[in-house]
Design a protein around this ligand. Structure first.
Ligand code: NAD
Ligand code: IPM
Ligand code: MN
Length: 347
């Protein structure tokens, strides 16, 4: 079990440290953790956010546990040297095209949702976000016009092949859940979305047991706060999935709770909280490590088929929350390490 641990910037090292404590506590046979530098931290040390040595560790590993990257001091660097290129580069380099972002309300936490408790209680959804295409990876640039002003562009595109493979992930996920798939696009305006919608409909012929619906992304943003319980699996593109998953986190109660898996065709995966490096609270023992701890559970389940220890971690987190262990993001005062202690005690 070779697991690469890339902690990154800001709160990344703080939350990753707690997830590593949890992994170590499970006494898993053959567990080997290999650390690597990513993000602004890697740029400072090696002059690049995703150094060759880190990439080599990523290729050799069975799975990757990722903290967060992002450092406001690096925001004026050329785009290819910015911390965010580490995570984008890993996703592309390793073919991690399927991003699973589950959002479920924990019992007793419904009062922390930005929604009314009775609405929040019904949330049990999975966002399947395409991660290798869209406006993220298209041709982009900035040009200076004759009058000296600038114009920027980013090309949005999806090929049928790209949509087909993520659609299959969405349909299969729905089969394993409540059998409902909602495809989110902007086909009323974007040609990219027309190809997306037509392709999802074509793939649906192979899944007669899944109820497929379509929704424009603006309506989806509205329905997600109006009646989130109506969603089972949502399949969508890279940009829409990024935005809707942050929104879903506040329907659940905090971005410090949402884990994710970025999967390739095989069992290899990268696992990370959906949040970023949170520079505003970094280095203060204020970050909630639960999203990263839950990402470690997803890692055990998806990359190693270890359902029992994964479920144990999830139960320990749920128990800690039910017992009132809450960080600042959930209106409490427990510190990052203290939350780690609480989860370990219940494990
Ligand atoms: P963010 O997710 O880092 O923070 C948003 C807000 O949520 C902040 O107020 C922060 O304090 C809070 N927050 C986030 N995680 C938390 C946690 N675990 N516990 C408690 N509170 C938490 O988003 P941002 O501020 O827009 O971005 C900061 C940096 O992170 C940027 O450089 C951005 O590019 C980067 N980023 C990286 C990733 C990633 O590595 N995958 C994801 C998102 C953003
Ligand atoms: C995420 C982040 C990343 C994204 C950034 C840091 C590149 O927001 O993982 O949600 O946009 O995918
Ligand atoms: Mn995001």
């Amino acid at each position: 079990m070779k697991i690469a641990v890339f902690a990154g910037d800001g709160i990344g090292p703080e939350v990753t440290a707690q997830a590593v404590r949890v992994l170590n506590a499970l006494d898993l046979p053959g567990l080997e953790l290999i650390e690597g530098d990513v993000g602004g931290a890697a740029w400072r040390k090696h002059g690049h956010p995703l150094p060759e040595a880190t990439l080599a560790i990523a290729h050799a590993a069975d799975a990757i546990l990722f903290g967060a990257v992002g450092d406001f001091d690096c925001d004026n660097l050329e785009r290819h040297l910015r911390p965010e290129q580490a995570i984008l580069g890993l996703r592309k380099e390793l073919g991690l095209f399927a991003n699973l972002r589950p959002a479920t309300v924990f019992k007793g936490l419904e009062d922390m949702s930005s929604l009314k408790s009775e609405i929040a209680l019904a949330i049990d959804l999975l966002i399947v976000r395409e991660l290798n295409g869209d406006v993220y990876f298209g041709d982009k640039g900035i040009e200076t016009l004759a009058d000296g002003s600038r114009r920027g562009w980013d090309m949005m595109s999806y090929s049928e092949a790209e949509v087909r493979r993520i659609a299959h992930v969405g349909f299969r996920a729905a089969q394993g859940r409540r059998g409902k798939l909602c495809s989110v696009d902007k086909a009323n305006v974007l040609e990219t979305s027309q190809v997306w919608r037509d392709t999802v409909i074509a793939v649906s012929a192979e899944y007669p047991d899944v109820e497929l619906s379509h929704m424009y992304v603006d309506n989806a943003a509205m329905q997600l706060v109006k009646n989130p319980g109506a969603f089972d699996v949502v399949v969508t593109g890279n940009l829409f999935g990024d935005i809707l998953s942050d929104q879903a986190s506040m329907c659940v109660g905090s971005i410090g709770l949402l884990a994710s898996a970025a999967l390739a065709e095989g069992t290899k995966g990268l696992y990370e909280p959906i949040h970023g490096s949170a520079p505003d609270i970094a280095g203060q023992d204020k970050a909630n490590p639960m999203a990263t701890i839950l990402s470690a559970a997803m890692l055990l389940r998806h990359s190693f088929g270890l359902e029992a220890p994964a479920a144990r971690i999830e139960a320990a987190v749920a128990k800690a929350l039910a017992d009132g262990i809450r960080g600042g993001d959930l209106g409490g005062s427990a510190g990052t390490r203290e939350i780690g202690d609480a989860v370990l005690a219940r494990l």
